[in-house]
Ligand binder design. Sequence first.
Ligand code: SAH
Length: 347
Amino acid sequence: MGGIADRLARLIDNTGPISVAHYMAEANAHYYASRDPLGAAGDFTTAPEISQMFGELVGLCLADIWARAGSPAQIAYVELGPGRGTLAADALRAMGAAGLRPPVHFVETSPVLRQAQAERVPNAHWHDDAGTLPADRPLLIVANEFFDALPVRQLVATESGWHERLVTHENGRFRPVAGPRIGTEPIPANLRAAVPGTVLETSPASAAIARQLAQLVAASGGAALIIDYGHAETAHGETLQAVVRHDYADPWINPGEQDLTAHVDFQALGEAARAEGVRVLGPAKQGDWLRSIGIAERAAALARYSPGRAEEIAVARDRLVAADQMGTLFKVMVLVAPGWPDPAGFA
Ligand code: SAH
């Protein structure tokens, strides 16, 4: 072991097993702070890195609701976890063509990725968390593959009821164990009955950020597009996974050296946001949403412009929308301010 693995092992030796959320938070903070994980040469590829069409369609969707809201002069573009800044650069170009040139605010903790973002979007303002985002104007907010990286808590059912799952270590390997018994309060009523061994994940960090975004939008106007992989309804099951060099790995080894993610629970995010006074639309399947806002037309236009790239453009389009690729597992949910129009694609 080395680095963060040693640090977590010492912490466990000194203070006892830690929560799964603590393990995931420490591992991902180190992981993202120490590298650019995106793209073919990295660990995983995201929709904006597959094709410019993704960011452009997001930008057009936002420009469209801005126009239908009466084109307010005071507005800002906000992105959480912007990666290399690719989505923002593509979205801002498309918004600019539609007459919208907002100031840009990024919520990003990784110094390495902030550097990459500054190369694509030099005039952005950076924030450590959503707490310092502007509260004096409507916000057009985007979070793509951001919530899946936030820590999840795992609860595990045993004969004696539900227990918090904790992480211990042995011979250089981390290992999940059933910790103290908890009450049923954090568990939705329809999910309390479960066979021993069943795992339920909740993400208090994700719900807190959804609430924060909803409060900002409810108070000042605008909308928040949340795009990620996950399930429309809260469900039993362990989804925590590690990915390294485009392959699945054991999440309980090498913390901080591989990407840890979990399925996003859109029902939980939606409920947290709705309680703050926004409308929640979706989640729609990414494939359906991109088709309904014009990915076929955008792909055809790009192919006309660069006939030599027609095949590559068609392959990228299919990766984004096909049911067996990103089209069904990835979902799009939007939080809309009272008085603001519904974004396209959520009929
Ligand atoms: N949205 C980008 C990158 C997704 S990877 C894309 O689609 O390509 C996850 C992003 O979230 C990275 O930029 C990572 O540094 C950032 N991130 C992860 N945890 C974070 C946290 N707790 N606070 C702020 N940013 C975080």
